[in-house]
Write a protein that binds this ligand. Structure first.
Ligand SMILES: [Mg+2]
Length: 296
């Protein structure tokens, strides 16, 4: 049986203090928590106050598509200092994972430009493409040719994925020694209440099915990603982390897989939907970070 989540706003002052004393670190999602199209109300105040309570703050996003500049602008608009410096994304985790293995070969990246840039910034060479594909199936033979330089296939947020790229990824993965790494596994991307789009994980899933290989998941809700974020934040005890997110599968799922306490914000989900989830429930919930500010 899974326990009912607690509404933070229902807690008595002494209960809220007990909640605050139960963690030393806040790990926060970005999209849907800190900002949607624009910065959300009072988020800068929330993180300032939480730091005054002695907590460290780290950000953990599944979004590898934003550039460093864009992330820095978003954090600035939200009045959060040094946000980018304390951010973990799948592209950073993938690069860190490969560097940790002393990976010397090249990556084939079915990924967004920003992920390729991140890999390059860690000294990892990546081959990509093609962006333009033939109309005739006979011409697809060329994509079934192996390239011995490739030592890993990386799938992460490629909105320009196509049949030729999938062909190439599957071809390289036929060699068992080729690593298969992936970023975001989000099936849907949420813009605001009631609006969503398909996520790029549908392409990763096709590569996985056709190659009969399971990727090493370096994104929420994968435990490896949670462990990587902890290492990056210098945290050793997951039970001292409160993870704040707006999605059950990714955010609360990551918390459960890694051993964090979890706080779900009802930005993109109703209380009824939260309670209807069959297997995952957060420990705590609240409407928004702004709703918690008066309690701090
Ligand atoms: Mg989110």
């Amino acid at each position: 049986m899974i326990t009912l989540p607690v509404n933070l706003l229902d807690l008595k002052p002494e209960e809220f203090k007990k909640f605050l004393d139960s963690f030393d670190h806040v790990f926060s999602d970005c999209d849907g928590v800190v900002w949607t199209a624009n910065a959300l109300h009072r988020v800068g105040e929330f993180f300032d106050l939480i730091k005054k309570h002695g907590k460290t703050v780290h950000f953990v996003s599944n979004n590898s598509m934003r550039s460093r500049q864009n992330y820095e602008e978003k954090f600035k608009e939200a009045n959060i200092e040094n946000g980018f410096k304390s951010l973990t994304t799948p592209s950073i985790a993938i690069a860190g994972y490969l560097k940790g293995l002393n990976f010397k070969k090249k990556v084939y990246a079915m990924a967004c430009d920003e992920t390729v840039k991140t890999l390059n910034s860690y000294g990892i060479e990546a081959k990509t493409g093609p962006l333009v594909v033939p109309d005739d199936f006979d011409d697809y033979n060329q994509y079934a040719e192996d390239d011995p330089e490739i030592g890993a296939v990386v799938c992460d947020c490629d909105v320009k994925a196509n049949l030729a790229k999938i062909h190439k990824a599957v071809t390289y993965l036929r060699r068992p020694e080729v690593l298969f790494l992936c970023g975001a596994t989000d099936r849907h991307i949420y813009f605001e209440k009631g609006r969503s789009a398909l996520g790029c994980s549908i392409f990763t899933n096709v590569v996985s099915e056709d190659s009969n290989r399971s990727p090493i998941v370096l994104s929420k809700p994968g435990k490896l990603f949670g462990d990587f974020a902890m290492k990056r934040a210098g945290v050793t005890d997951p039970s001292k982390v409160l993870f704040i997110g707006d999605m059950i599968e990714q955010d609360v799922g990551l918390g459960k897989n890694t051993g964090f306490k979890t706080l779900l914000l009802l930005t993109n989900i109703s209380k009824e939907k939260m309670l209807a989830h069959k297997t995952i429930r957060p420990d705590f919930y609240a409407d928004s970070l702004a709703s918690i500010v008066p309690l701090l």
